[in-house]
Design a protein around this ligand. Sequence first.
Ligand code: NI
Ligand code: MN
Length: 225
Amino acid sequence: MKLKYFSHSAFQITTGDGKVILIDPFLDGNPTSPVKSDDVTADFIVLTHGHGDHIGDSFKIAKRSDPLFICVNELADYVASKGFKAHNMHIGGAYNFEFGRVKFTIAHHGSISPEGNYTGEPSGVLLTIDGKTVYHTGDTGLFLDMKLIGELNKIDYMLVPIGDNFTMGIDDAVKAVEFVNPGVAIPMHYNTFPVIQADPEEFKAKVEAAGKKCVVMEYGQEIDL
Ligand code: NI
Ligand code: MN
């Protein structure tokens, strides 16, 4: 499997057999993204919550590539109301898709569509693909149940927000990494806007001081997992 980072919370996973999964593809309105929505396609789109910087360009991409959306029930209903295919799930539930297993977790945040539609609870998501588990926390503050998530699941890669203001800042994010105990922590949701400026190298140094591994992905970089 390959993991590509577009900046903010937007990632692309490509499975060993070539399926493309986008997570929170916020590209056109994202000043830090090296690609635009016309440059990507998707077989699946996973959304963590309804905020505009997470739904992003999902619908534009979906008009071209007809992906299956995977998200919590109310957000999935909103996606379906726009005429797109959606698989409704909810927090605590897992499902085996053709590419792997998806399980939703809690996230402490808000969720509403840019048009003001109720889109349910915000979420994080565990994706187990080709034998590895990626935990994208979504937008969230620090919460103690991350310990349980790490206890019940061997997390290989944790994608963790560090930008503060709307989510965890660096110090809380380091604590989150200690709770989850992933193989590698990857920072996200920083430097996109003036209010979420954060130094990923400071995060990396603090994660390493806590005895854990951290990879700071460059915008547009793709790594093999
Ligand atoms: Ni948000
Ligand atoms: Mn956000």
